[in-house]
Design a protein around this ligand. Structure first.
Ligand code: PBG
Ligand code: ZN
Length: 321
């Protein structure tokens, strides 16, 4: 036989010479959930080994992530109070803002990403300001810009809007620039689907909508072309990094977006994807380490540069072994 692909699979060394993609600790962003209080580290039931952390405990986890070589954290928070417009989202005393400042002081080299949305902070659990039962797009933009500026003031390096309002990247960019935060980047959740895979996160962040769903602002899972439309808009508005979310069921989208843009591309390996792997692993049905590393590698192969994942600490340990 003239052509035998198996020749290049004969040993680990030859396989490593022809390997096309690799996973690195430097690909990872580790999400944290910060809560009010002190000395709190409570496991989230549907997300084993992921915790609600008070700011002091979040600093410890941040240092652990840094010592493993993880370059970045994304900070989510549960506020002390909620109201109709989500005003605790831009309160400098809220857990997210305090955590960003505390982690920046303790680990100045870590890249800190602030998630900008209102659903954790509104009584109704929607990602924007309501007008009746409708999320009012344009009235929400100014609020999102306030959240972004407050996180930048706290010390965030990157702002990551996850609300899916039209025009929010432009609104956030001009607010940041007006407040002298020209060097704060925007990582846009440009392609975010209305997905059932966010279930465990909504329990963890206490952010489920109290009526209806998010289908009027998040994307229809049936749509692929629309991902390019959303991406083009956010790039035009000034996004520095584009994100596709969720990851595993949307690798076709990741690949398509990768082929069409020249910006860095992030994927969010979301809570439901994590919970499924953890549940199967707990039952002894799968080999957790191999499944996790293979899944994360598939995101790289599809074209992701950055992987936001709750597996980051474990995967970093495995890659460092
Ligand atoms: C808030 C937000 C969500 C996630 C990240 N930011 C939930 C949602 O849109 O309902 C999901 C993350 C995950 O599932 O891990 N808008
Ligand atoms: Zn939201």
């Amino acid at each position: 036989m003239k052509i035998r692909p198996r020749r290049l699979r004969l040993s680990e060394n030859i396989r490593s010479m022809v390997r096309e993609n690799a996973l690195s600790v430097k690909d990872f962003v580790y999400p944290l959930f910060v809560v009010p209080g002190e000395h709190i580290k409570e496991e989230i039931e549907s997300m084993p080994n992921v915790y609600h952390l008070s700011v002091d405990e979040a600093v410890k986890v941040a240092k652990e992530a840094e010592s493993l070589g993880i370059p970045a954290l994304e900070i989510f928070g549960l506020p002390e109070y909620k109201d109709e417009i989500g005003s605790s989202a831009w309160d400098m005393e809220s857990p997210v803002q305090r955590a960003i400042t505390a982690i920046k002081n303790a680990a100045p080299n870590l890249v800190l990403i602030g998630d900008v949305c209102l659903c954790q902070y509104t009584t109704h659990g929607h990602c924007g300001k309501l007008c009746g039962d409708y999320v009012d797009n344009d009235a929400t933009l100014a609020l999102l810009a306030k959240v972004a500026v407050s996180q930048a003031k706290a010390g965030a390096d990157i702002i990551a809007p996850s609300d899916m309002m039209d025009g929010r990247v432009a609104a956030i960019r001009s607010a940041l620039d007006a407040e002298n935060f020209a060097n704060v980047s925007i990582m846009s959740y440009a392609v975010k689907y209305a997905s059932a895979y966010y279930g465990p996160f909504r329990d963890a962040a206490n952010s489920a909508p109290q009526f209806g769903n998010r289908k009027q602002y998040q994307m229809d899972p049936a749509n692929a072309r629309e991902a390019l439309k959303e991406t083009a808009l956010d790039i035009e508005e000034g996004a520095d990094i584009i994100m596709v979310k969720p990851a595993l069921s949307y690798l076709d989208i990741v690949s398509k977006v990768r082929e069409n843009i020249n910006l860095p591309l992030a994927v969010y390996n979301v809570s439901g994807e994590y919970a499924m792997v953890k549940a199967a692993a707990k039952n002894g049905w799968i080999d957790e380490k191999r499944i996790v590393l293979e899944s994360l590698l598939s995101m790289k192969r599809a074209g992701a540069d950055i992987i936001i994942t709750y597996h980051a600490l474990d995967a970093a340990k495995w890659l460092n072994e």
